[in-house]
Design a protein around this ligand. Structure first.
Ligand code: AMP
Ligand code: MG
Length: 420
């Protein structure tokens, strides 16, 4: 089919519409129950509700003395109040004695407030004199007391369904007494690289050849967002070979397939043909740079319909397309509530032309200066310059109707995240 016919058949979409069309066909995968020690980065499949209060009992926030606040009402430097110390209480134990008027119990952080006491005075605020302490100022009721349930109340939903589990949620699950958690199964994502020029990492680099980078950047991205990458290798630019490798992917039970390369309008861009022959094309082309020739559709193989995202082969295009489309798809397959990337506002440091009528995603390094983020371009922004990603903290989003960006202009930056 010639280019004119193709462009009529497949009108170019805005990023949001393309994304919505990909997400529309996805339903969350079934849940599985796993130990919380394996649950980092997984997405909860059920609300997690507290069965008891945290903390379960009122306790002291400080090392000091448990007292009755009323005993200290008249305390002053000239007339200190003297209280008799009648016991010692460590965290993990319950006092068998009550704090009666005129007395105090020495107490360590985390120990339950003894009966009768309603405030804690810190060690450093009293003078110890044998079996007595002296207090020189009134202590208010509740001072240094952590109330039962002040963190979490019994019955409260603490971690809603669809939450990506971070270290803090894992800690909360442990505090709630949950050894295991129900999460969505990890999506299996097939990754196929296409191109006669590609060789594997360890193969000799013959004349005219380059190494397959995309499968590995994509696999790492899949991993990062909770999926399991299933590497399907390299296919030459031939329909049968691409179709064969996709069949292998489907036979491995993949939930989504990423194909890089072969979706432009060159002589050997055959991925669209395979999609049309073995399933259907939903859309082709998105108004963005890099990443315009993105193709999306479904494979109908072995009685299954498997979504396929075909990204352009340039290493930056593949990665940026992944962030914009495959990332939310992988999160949606896990039932995640929040599909948008984290963004910050930054002051652009450079001058750059963004003439064509597409949204640009410029790779930037962020630096903080005077309380603001400054976004510096990471050098040459060619879609083949993988270095521009290596040096980047984020993608500056430049609206399609801007034809240039000037230093000092504020832009939105999608954070790529890091493991530091
Ligand atoms: P294509 O989208 O197939 O026209 O490829 C665009 C550019 O990306 C070409 O220069 C390809 O050589 C390059 N390319 C395609 N696939 C890969 C890959 N897996 N790793 C690195 N570069 C690639
Ligand atoms: Mg190619």
């Amino acid at each position: 089919m010639d280019f004119g016919k193709l462009t009529k058949l497949y009108p170019i979409l805005e990023v949001e519409e393309a994304r919505a069309r990909i997400l529309a066909g996805l339903t969350p995968l079934p849940a599985e129950t796993i130990p919380i020690t394996d649950a980092l980065g997984r997405v909860t499949a059920q609300d997690v509700t507290a069965e008891y209060d945290i903390p379960p009992h009122a306790n002291t926030a400080m090392d000091g003395y448990a007292i009755r606040a009323a005993d200290t009402a008249a305390a002053s430097a000239e007339h200190p109040v003297r209280l008799q110390v009648i016991g010692d209480l460590a965290a993990g134990y319950v006092s068998d004695r009550a704090v009666a008027p005129g007395t105090a119990i020495r107490i360590m952080t985390g120990a339950p407030i003894p009966p009768g006491a309603d405030a804690i005075i810190r060690f450093e605020h009293v003078t110890r004199d044998g079996n007595y302490i002296e207090i020189t100022a009134p202590v208010p009721v509740g001072k240094e007391v952590r109330l039962a349930g002040e963190d979490v109340h019994a019955g409260e939903t603490v971690i809603p369904r669809g939450t990506v589990l971070r270290p803090q949620e894992i800690g909360m699950l442990a505090a709630l007494g949950r050894k295991e958690v129900a999460v969505a199964r990890r999506p299996r994502v097939g990754i196929l690289a296409t191109g006669d020029e590609l060789v594997e990492i360890d193969a000799p680099l013959g004349p005219g050849k380059i190494r397959n980078a995309n499968s590995y950047s994509n696999a790492a991205q899949v991993h990062k967002y909770g999926g399991i990458p299933v590497l399907l290798g390299i296919a030459r630019d031939r329909e049968e070979e691409i179709a064969d490798k996709l069949r292998v992917g489907v036979s491995h039970g993949v939930d989504l397939i990423l194909v890089s390369g072969g979706v432009s309008v060159g002589d050997f861009d055959v991925v669209k043909k395979v999609l049309a022959a073995e399933g259907r094309i939903d859309f082709w082309r998105v108004r963005m740079k890099p990443g315009k020739p993105l193709a999306f559709g479904y494979l109908h193989l072995s009685g299954r319909e498997v979504p396929v995202i075909g990204t352009p082969g340039n290493p930056v295009s593949t990665m940026v397309s992944f962030e914009m489309f495959a990332r939310p798809a992988i999160l949606a397959l896990q039932g995640a509530c929040e599909l948008d990337s984290v963004t910050v506002t930054a002051v652009f440091a450079d001058a750059v032309a963004t003439k064509d009528d597409r949204r640009h995603y410029l790779r930037v390094r962020l630096q903080e200066e005077n309380g603001e983020f400054i976004a510096h371009l990471t050098g040459d922004q060619g879609s083949g310059i993988l270095r521009s990603m290596v040096d980047a903290d984020g993608l500056a989003v430049i609206p399609a109707d801007w034809d240039h960006v000037d230093p000092g202009v504020r832009v939105r930056v999608i954070l790529l995240g890091s493991y530091r």
